[in-house]
Design a protein around this ligand. Structure first.
Ligand code: HEM
Length: 112
């Protein structure tokens, strides 16, 4: 059963540009991690200033292995003040199990 791990990070308006810039330059290592299924960075539109880093994994163990491994460390190591986490102490990890999911029907189905 897939699991979803969402890191919810509050980023004040004046730091959002820098935060997004950091993600544009992200390590890109997560894509090659065993058990990794999906990543999305979600920008808040209204009613919240929390960005969501959505990740989906084949199982809990796959996430744990990535999170405790070198790639996670490297992706978050920063590099002095300017590269320090854009919003320290404002992140929360939410864990979910995927119990149902759907995507668009494939073209063949639509002919029916
Ligand atoms: C204090 C906690 C955290 C903060 C402030 C934070 C912030 C960031 C930032 C700014 C980046 C862009 C790369 C960089 O400049 O470092 C990044 C990368 C990333 N973060 Fe976090 N993060 C935190 C924890 C987590 C957690 C718990 C997850 C689990 C869902 C996560 C998922 C990711 C992923 C998937 C990437 C991209 C890695 C890659 O490209 O290989 N982060 N994070």
């Amino acid at each position: 059963m897939s699991v979803v791990k969402i890191n919810a990070i509050t980023v004040p308006k004046e730091r959002q540009e820098r935060f997004e810039e950091r993600f544009r330059g992200r390590a890109g290592a997560v894509e090659s991690t065993p058990g990794f299924e999906w990543f999305e960075l979600l920008r808040p539109q209204e009613g919240t200033d929390q960005y969501l880093v959505y990740t989906r994994w084949e199982n809990e163990a796959a996430y744990e292995a990535w999170q405790s491994g070198q790639d996670f460390g490297r992706a978050h190591s920063g590099g002095g003040d300017t590269l320090a986490p854009a919003a320290a102490n404002s992140a929360h990890l939410w864990s979910y199990e995927v119990i149902e999911s759907a995507g668009p029907k494939v073209a063949q189905d639509r002919q029916n």
